[in-house]
Design a protein around this ligand. Structure first.
Ligand SMILES: Cc1ncc(COP(=O)(O)O)c(C=O)c1O
Length: 401
């Protein structure tokens, strides 16, 4: 019996849809579909493939690990050397000295972890009333119930029932609204993407993040920077907080940490959060995922960090922005796009009918992503060459003309 819809129920898609582009191969910043058509991957798959597709170095590292030991869990008394090596490497790179790291399988779990750790750290510090979480709109933090509840995109919550309690949202630029909540004395944490990604690519207004840091310090709340897109070089610094001159109590990450070769996420946890947890030697942290600390994911992350360092990919992100921005501004000057926003290798342009423009660009062999509000997102692999990079605004120009 043939069926009208495919067996795979696609994420963030119309369940009735039947028309899909099947990607079969990738190399650097380029992918090919099942008909042999070549595409410049202007979104690094889904904002994650920083080191590029088809990197044998990562494949070999993962294969070596899988042959030796696929993984072993890290609950209670167990660990694996690759997991420990990654943890050591990440905390050595972390913006806050003496941080620790908690590992997950992706970004939503990382955000849930940040919320739970913040609340429980306050409880362990004698402040169990600090349970309120503040997030911003627009924003995107994921789809698990915790992450969905923090996400500032109403359509992503619609008809999914009640979210997690004690979450309040404020406009992304409104520091006064954050202050008002903080003055109530019940805030556990304030969540912010350094540059809002899937919510429209919105760099922070001047001074906003430093202001947020100061307010959290003044009122005893944690600052969580959700760097699931912005981390691991995307903005031209390894962690985005550094780019904006602030340090978070918790920094969530995923995506670029393994460039998608194996799913991995996590949270870097500053002493302000992990010290209260370790203060009582009898306290047990009853949180963790089966794959928290998966060895193959850790092997992939170590290999990706090696490539990031060896190939200067953090600096390359800055160069990508310097080359891309004038070409996007030229589209704006010619009236083809109405706004251009971005930092480093993360950009968004405002267009009417972004889905139709995306479809025309796909036909021209360039992948970008339509997101709300009327935005096309550009977030290429950091290994992209200049010719492929230039192909993105060029295809956009053709598609818009
Ligand atoms: C800033 C941010 N946080 C969290 C998430 C959720 O990550 P995941 O889809 O891996 O659960 C995303 C995904 O795009 C994201 O952009």
């Amino acid at each position: 019996m043939s069926r009208a819809t495919p067996a795979l129920l696609h994420p963030f898609a119309r369940p009735a849809a039947t028309d899909f582009v099947s990607i079969v191969r990738g190399e650097g910043a380029v992918v090919w579909d099942s008909t042999g058509k070549r595409y410049v991957d202007g979104l690094a798959s889904l904002w994650y493939c920083n080191v590029g597709h088809g990197r044998g170095e990562v494949v070999d590292a993962v294969a070596r690990q899988l042959r030796e030991l696929e993984t072993y869990h890290c609950f209670e008394r167990f660990t694996t050397p690759t997991t420990d090596a990654l943890a050591e490497r990440l905390v050595a790179l972390a913006p806050v000295p003496d941080s620790r790291v908690f590992l997950t399988s992706g970004g939503s779990e990382a955000v849930d972890t940040a919320l739970k750790l913040s609340r429980i750290a306050h409880a362990q510090s004698g402040n169990p009333h600090r349970t309120l979480a503040i997030s911003r709109f627009p924003s995107y933090h994921g789809v698990s119930y915790g992450a969905m509840s923090l996400t500032g995109l109403p359509l992503n919550r619609k008809d999914f029932g009640p979210g997690v309690g004690d979450v309040e949202q404020v406009h992304k630029d409104d520091l006064d609204a954050v202050r008002t909540h903080l003055e109530g004395g019940r805030v556990a944490a304030v969540f912010a993407e350094p540059v809002v990604g899937a919510g429209g690519v919105w760099p922070p207004v001047e001074g906003y993040l430093k202001g947020l840091r100061a307010l959290c310090d003044e009122h005893g709340a944690h600052l969580v920077l959700d760097e699931v897109i912005c981390g691991f070089g995307r903005l031209g610094s390894l962690f985005a907080g550094e780019h904006f001159g602030i340090a978070a109590d918790i920094t969530t990450f995923a995506k670029g940490v393994t460039s998608g070769y194996v799913p991995l996420g996590g949270a870097l946890i500053a002493p302000s959060v992990h010290e209260p947890l370790a203060a009582d030697p009898s306290f047990v942290l009853r949180h963790g995922y089966t794959y928290s600390g998966h060895s193959a994911a850790a092997a992939a992350a170590l290999a990706c960090l090696d490539l990031t360092e060896q190939e200067g990919l953090v600096d390359r992100a800055t160069q990508i922005g310097e080359r891309l921005e004038p070409q996007l501004r030229a589209l704006e000057a010619d009236g083809l796009v109405t706004a251009v926003r971005g930092v480093g290798a993360l950009w968004g342009v405002s267009v009417e009918e972004p889905v139709a423009v995306r479809d025309r660009m796909l036909a021209l062999g360039v992948i970008v992503r339509p997101i709300a509000p009327s935005t096309l997102a550009i977030c290429p692999p950091l290994v992209i060459g200049d010719d492929d990079l230039d192909a993105i605004p060029a295809a956009m120009r053709t598609a818009l003309t």
